[in-house]
Design a protein. Structure first.
Length: 260
């Protein structure tokens, strides 16, 4: 199975196929070229993309805005309206949705129509998944093994995704653009305070690459003694994917979540 991870600033590809070695490749981006042009060049030059199985859809992991909708309130025909109201896109977008059954939620997300067309022209049949979907599934599962409210943070690409979860029940989730660890800590503590909790009593779990995760742990630790890292090697039972250099937590959760 070929998976393409696409964010506003990065591209990477991974292939996890039974009976074959795991393959992963970050895709270098040329800043003077569009994302579409970079993708087209990668398809023509990167063996991992050229050798994909033509009759199997490519999974496209989309890093970007999501809005949660309770499963009981979800209507497929309302997806575009929800997305446009929340994010007010300035160019035509294609809107998708994922289900997070353990949290009784749907996640609505989107990609520019031009980007979707370019991906499909380059890769053929594709299936879009929000990068937040496997992350939130992983966080909800982890929360069922703990007592009381737990704050989960995923830090990546100058963004933090934050979720407050209690025993599998999602209380709030939101994403914030941040420039520093202090910015991220501000948003985390604001969510804790808004829900009547105390930083010194609330366990905070932080995922992300060490260079992003560790400064945030240090910043949170000034007021929250229970700030701790999420270690992929433990979360994913020492699978080789969890120790692959350059792999993001969302891509690990997506690939290994499909194996469960």
């Amino acid at each position: 199975m070929l998976t393409l991870r696409i964010s506003p600033t990065t591209l990477s590809a991974a292939c996890l196929t039974q009976g074959k070695p795991f393959a992963f490749a970050p895709i270098p981006l040329q800043s003077h070229r569009s994302l579409i042009a970079n993708l087209q060049e990668a398809v023509s030059t990167l063996p991992l993309l050229r050798e994909r199985t033509p009759d199997e859809p490519t999974q496209v992991l989309v890093v970007g805005n999501v809005t949660p909708i309770p499963l009981a309130d979800f209507q497929e025909e309302d997806c575009d309206a929800f997305y446009n109201y929340c994010f007010k896109p300035t160019v035509p977008h294609r809107v998708f949705y994922d289900v997070v059954p353990t949290a009784n939620l749907m996640l609505v997300f989107g990609l520019p129509e031009a980007t979707c067309k370019a991906i499909e022209e380059a890769l053929g049949e594709v299936h879009y998944v929000a990068a937040m979907t496997p992350v939130l599934k992983q966080f909800v599962q982890k929360s069922t093994q703990a007592q009381g409210p737990q704050l989960y943070i995923y830090t990546h690409e100058k963004v933090v995704d934050i979720a407050l979860i209690e025993n599998g029940r999602l209380m709030i989730t939101n994403s914030y653009e941040v420039s520093t660890a202090a910015d991220a800590a501000y948003y985390a503590f604001n969510i804790i305070s808004h829900h009547g909790l105390k930083p010194q009593d609330t366990p905070i779990h932080i995922a992300g690459t060490p260079e992003l995760r560790n400064p945030l742990i240090a910043e949170l630790g000034k007021f929250a003694p229970h700030a701790m890292p999420i270690l992929p090697s433990i979360d994913f039972k020492h699978h080789e994917i969890a120790s692959t250099e350059g792999m993001t937590y969302d891509l690990m959760a997506f690939l290994l979540g499909r194996k469960k």
